[in-house]
Design a protein around this ligand. Structure first.
Ligand SMILES: Nc1ncnc2c1ncn2[C@@H]1O[C@H](COP(=O)(O)OP(=O)(O)OP(=O)(O)O)[C@@H](O)[C@H]1O
Ligand SMILES: [Mg+2]
Length: 274
């Protein structure tokens, strides 16, 4: 079925289509741009998936932070969310472009992106919300440089279990910390791990290498994740040291992301002085 309208919002063009969702750019009756997140065709009539989508929208309706986009409406039929539109590109898109040009992120820019996500996470964690899927596809950067965290499909909050407990879990192996592989308790440190991997990917230009069987989350031994050096300079070594602390395999030994960010900025202060 080809959708033209969802609850009075006009579909303009497709933005993305993945496992759970098909996302469109759309317009409200006054012509303002919105984002319309619908279920992928394979989930038509699936009540569980419709509920997961609606939960994301209802949860977002209770939040207010510059690093998040508001949910304007939760539509029941067809199941859809009307979200504020982000005029920009995903971090994934930026990384692809830089890779094509064979350059990586400017360290100051990478830290700026991370600082904004850490600020958003502090807000979310303060409300008991764990994102659990901080990957470059789920980070949008607006034209104005605002970093927006999207996609709460996997997230958990009081009264809602994460995707991990709801059924088959499709993981991005190098963004999946050991506690998710072995189905041990996750926490705010799980989000910290993903921040560490994301910072590494921005600075190294590619994600860490996954060694071993990456077939099945919950299927036993986590694969080994290998980081290469970010360079020999003092600054590169300091940042790599902190990335290692963020991605420590044992969650209790991991730095929290706000603590890691503060440590990085402090340790780099000398490197910014001329
Ligand atoms: N508010 C928004 N503004 C602009 N683009 C958006 C917005 N929300 C989502 N998108 C686009 O749609 C893509 C998919 O959105 P989202 O991550 O929420 O869906 P998803 O649940 O991951 O879907 P799937 O599981 O099918 O991959 C994003 O990577 C982004 O390109
Ligand atoms: Mg996504």
């Amino acid at each position: 079925m080809i959708l033209e309208y969802v609850s009075g919002y006009r579909i303009v063009r497709e933005l993305a289509s993945g496992y759970l969702a098909r996302v469109y750019a759309g317009a409200d009756p006054a012509g303002h741009e919105v984002t319309i997140k619908t279920l992928a065709a394979r989930w038509e009539g699936d009540q569980d998936k419709a509920r997961v989508l609606a939960e994301e929208g209802q949860m977002l309706r209770g939040l207010e932070h510059r690093g998040l986009r508001r949910c304007i409406e939760v539509v029941e039929n067809p199941p859809a969310l009307i979200l504020e539109y982000v005029d920009g590109a995903s971090l994934h898109g930026h990384l692809l472009l830089l890779k094509q040009r064979e350059v990586s992120f400017e360290p100051v820019l990478a830290l700026g992106v991370i600082a904004q996500i850490v600020d958003t996470l502090a807000y979310l964690h303060g409300q008991g919300i764990l994102h659990l899927d901080i990957i470059p596809n789920n980070v949008l950067i607006s034209q104005a440089g605002q970093v927006i965290l999207i996609d709460f499909d996997n997230a958990s909050w009081p009264g809602r279990l994460s995707a991990l407990e709801r059924g088959p879990y499709k993981a991005v192996p190098h963004y999946t910390p050991p506690e998710l592989w072995t189905r041990e308790p996750y926490s705010d440190r799980t989000d910290s791990y993903q921040i560490g991997v994301m910072l590494y990917q921005m600075l190294a230009g590619e994600p860490p290498v996954v060694v071993g069987d990456d077939a099945d989350v919950g299927g036993g031994e986590p694969p080994m994740i290998m980081f290469r050096s970010l360079g020999k300079s003092g600054a590169a070594r300091k940042v790599m040291g902190i990335i290692r602390e963020l991605t420590h395999p044992i969650p209790e030994n991991r730095r929290t992301c706000d603590d890691a960010l503060a440590a990085m900025l402090l340790s780099l202060r000398g490197d910014f002085q001329s």
